[in-house]
Ligand binder design. Structure first.
Ligand code: GMT
Length: 372
């Protein structure tokens, strides 16, 4: 198949998922055309079946707001026509689903049919999409998609709750390439981070407000009172200065490192003992799944789709949003009990296999086949 994939190219989960999906499909012989405004972060290597088309938005003195969506629709039309694309798969509804609708209508006038599949990822529904600035367009373009998928049961339910959707939303959960995350720890790296054998806790995100990174700092501050430990932060974003200043306030800077954006997250996960995810909401929590695939148990909130992947008392523990005390207690208890920690690490790795790329990607292929 020749598939056009539209996504955000940044470090966000939807872009990562879309890129990994494209790469997996290309490995299976499909020809993939990525359409976005920048080379996607996880698309750094050459692949004979992968093409990248940059959406360029010309500047003009009249444009206070450069019309990205118009440029995106036009690029879609161009790529579809010139590369004989069979199907368009857009990730994150805003503005990809409405841009795809526009491209589809333009092509229909030319007598060409292009099926559009929209995958909903999270904040396109639960945060930004629900805002009345976007809601009518989001509702319309979701309903006009030929197929709609959501990355968790929770996100499907949230979409039905907040939008008038008259079509079936299919759930295809996110996936992880278990082989990639099954890495041996690099001892020298572990020693640099934790020279005295301290436990390593990790948080990775885009540091947006809903990630509640201050809760990560507070949990760590409690844990480190009882367990010699280090905290690693991976990623960057608007709330990073908040986490940094709280760290200083709580006197934990010597034990905390902000690594910034990292492409080789699997190397960092391989030396980690516990992953912390304290979000207000996660439709799925791809970062937590990647941690589990690397055999790292997860302490998370029980928000959104997180209970669908993190199994209480097996792969980790869950607490209410903002309940730092409970999450700290769980983390401390687990880190102090070597046997239990070992068992949880094994459980996490085993559980992640349910979401292996080899199980989930065929679900997308089956979906595509229905429209060709
Ligand atoms: O978490 C983010 O802020 C990024 C966001 C995105 O759209 O790129 O992630 C969403 O999609 C991911 C992949 O499907 C999910 O794993 C995340 O849980 C989801 N984020 C939220 O729902 C907040």
């Amino acid at each position: 198949m020749r598939i056009g994939i539209v996504c955000y190219p940044t470090f966000g989960g939807s872009g990562v998922l879309a890129t990994e999906l494209g790469k997996a499909l290309a490995d299976k012989g499909h020809v993939i055309h990525f359409i976005t405004y920048q080379q996607p972060v996880r698309l750094s290597e050459f692949h004979a079946n992968i093409f990248y088309h940059e959406v360029r938005v010309p500047t003009y003195p009249l444009f206070d707001y450069p019309p990205y969506e118009t440029a995106l629709s036009s690029t879609m039309v161009d790529v579809i026509v010139n590369n004989n694309i069979d199907l368009l798969h857009v990730h994150y509804a805003i503005p990809h689903a409405s841009a795809a609708y526009m491209a589809k209508m333009i092509l229909a006038k030319q007598g060409r049919r292009i099926p559009v599949i929209t995958t909903l990822h999270g904040t396109d529904i639960t945060l930004v999409g629900r805002d009345k600035t976007f809601a009518p367009v989001v509702t319309f373009s979701i309903n006009e998609s030929d197929a709609i998928t959501a990355v968790s049961n929770n996100l499907r339910d949230e979409t039905y709750k907040h939008f008038r959707i008259d079509k079936q939303i299919e759930v295809i959960q996110n996936f992880v390439d278990v082989k990639r995350f099954n890495k041996k720890p690099i001892d020298a790296f572990r020693r640099v981070i934790a020279p005295n054998g301290e436990k390593i806790l990790l948080h990775a995100s885009n540091f947006r407000k809903l990630k509640r990174v201050e809760d990560v700092v507070r949990i760590f501050a409690e844990v480190v009172k009882k367990v010699p430990a280090k905290l690693l932060f991976v990623g960057d974003g608007p709330e990073r200065p908040v986490a940094e200043s709280l760290c200083r306030e709580l006197n934990n800077c010597d034990d905390t490192r902000f690594l910034g954006r990292q492409e080789q997250i699997e190397e960092i996960l391989a030396i980690s003992d516990l992953f912390l995810l304290t979000s207000d909401y996660e439709s799925f929590g791809l970062a937590a799944l990647e941690a589990m695939a690397a055999g790292v148990p997860v302490i998370s909130t029980n928000a959104g789709g997180l209970p669908e992947i993190n199994v209480q008392g097996k792969t980790g523990y869950l607490g209410n949003v903002g309940d730092v005390e409970t999450m700290s207690r769980y983390a401390t208890e687990l880190l102090l009990d070597e046997e239990k920690l070992k068992q949880f690490k094994q459980n996490a790795a085993e559980h992640a296999r349910h979401y292996d790329i080899d199980r989930i990607v065929p679900m997308y292929e089956a979906l595509y086949n229905r429209f060709l």
